[in-house]
Design a protein around this ligand. Sequence first.
Ligand SMILES: [Zn+2]
Length: 79
Amino acid sequence: MATTTYNIPEAIKAQDWYCKTKILPRFAPGNGICWSCHQNIYSEKGRTRTGYDTQGISVESAAGQLITSCPFCNRSYCD
Ligand SMILES: [Zn+2]
């Protein structure tokens, strides 16, 4: 069973590590705060543009995939 952990500093580190090991540019904001909607993309909960609660990016997701857009407002970070 997969675990889902929400921890902002750990997720930031996980994404930095992922980008470094895969030799990829890091698109996600360094402090996790989306410059479009001002929510932290690694928070457990956030709001979409239409006001629905939705989940942010877990430590496990940050460790296993390149983050290219905001999970809340869907703003792309790699334009
Ligand atoms: Zn956003």
